[in-house]
Design a protein around this ligand. Structure first.
Ligand code: KIV
Length: 258
């Protein structure tokens, strides 16, 4: 892809210039290349990988080795987009493990890392940023905690959740994050956070008033008809189209010379 490389600084600058950020996930070479050809500025190798590619029930079982494998594949597309990798569950419990695993993902080709949480991971975030790795925060519904939470719920509707989100966003900003994903945050709180922090907010199921939006690409393309998601209406029914093409091809093969 020709054009200036998107860095973490460039993504940050988009907020200052009032430009909306359209971000998507990719887990391999062809999807990264396709998204990059369209000019998507930030591509996330998300640990949603666990559910949408590896068939786990949630993201909690994804390992650093699995992330490295997919980051390597995505990085081979040499995107102009900033390539961000998720740090899997339990890979950033303390500063040492956070640094070691962030470096592993960068060696695999990631240009920034993302992890879930706010004040409780502030020291890890600071250490990652100080060693030169751009960091993207993730607040609101934290999929790595879905088992304790008992499902995917909107965050920020109660006063304590609202106050916690503000404090967590401030902590991530102070630690040097270049942006924050807001997942399933009540839209009024997402709007308030967007006005409060100087770094971009990138929403998923958090309303329209964020600095950008991110989606899990297979959800956008309708590749996973087995899940019913409230926050995304697929723009394509790829699963059905694939079934039809395969069925037609199968029939063609089976009826040759018969
Ligand atoms: O893992 C992922 O794909 C994510 C997005 C939902 C933001 O974290």
């Amino acid at each position: 892809m020709v054009g200036t490389k998107f860095t973490a600084e460039a993504i940050r600058g988009m907020k200052q210039r009032g430009e909306k950020i359209a971000a998507l996930t990719a887990y391999d070479f062809p999807m990264t290349r396709l998204l990059d050809e369209v000019g998507i500025p930030l591509i996330l190798v998300g640990d949603s990988l666990g559910m949408v590619v590896l068939g786990y029930p949630d993201t909690t079982q994804v390992t650093v080795a699995e992330m490295e494998h997919h980051v390597r594949a995505a990085a081979r597309a040499k995107p102009r987009a900033l390539l961000v990798a998720d740090m899997p569950f339990h890979s950033y419990q303390n500063v040492n493990s956070a640094l070691e695993n962030a470096r592993r993902l960068v060696s695999a080709g990631a240009e920034a890392v993302k992890a879930e949480g706010g004040r409780e991971i502030q020291e890890q975030v600071r250490a990652i940023v100080e060693c030169g790795i751009p960091f993207l925060g993730h607040l609101g519904m934290l999929p790595q905690h879905v088992q304790e939470e008992g499902g995917y719920h909107i965050k920020g509707k109660t006063n304590p959740e609202h106050a916690a989100l503000l404090a967590d966003a401030d902590a991530l900003t102070a630690a040097g994050a270049f942006g924050i994903v807001l997942e399933l945050v009540a839209p009024s709180v997402a709007r308030e956070l967007t006005g409060r922090v100087p770094i971009p907010t990138i929403g998923i199921g958090a309303g329209a008033n964020c600095d950008g939006q991110i989606l899990v690409t297979p959800d956008l393309l309708g590749m996973l008809p087995w899940y019913n998601l409230k926050h995304v209406k697929p723009k394509l029914n790829a699963a059905e189209q694939m079934r039809e093409v395969v069925k037609e091809w199968k029939t063609g093969v089976e009826t040759i010379n018969s």
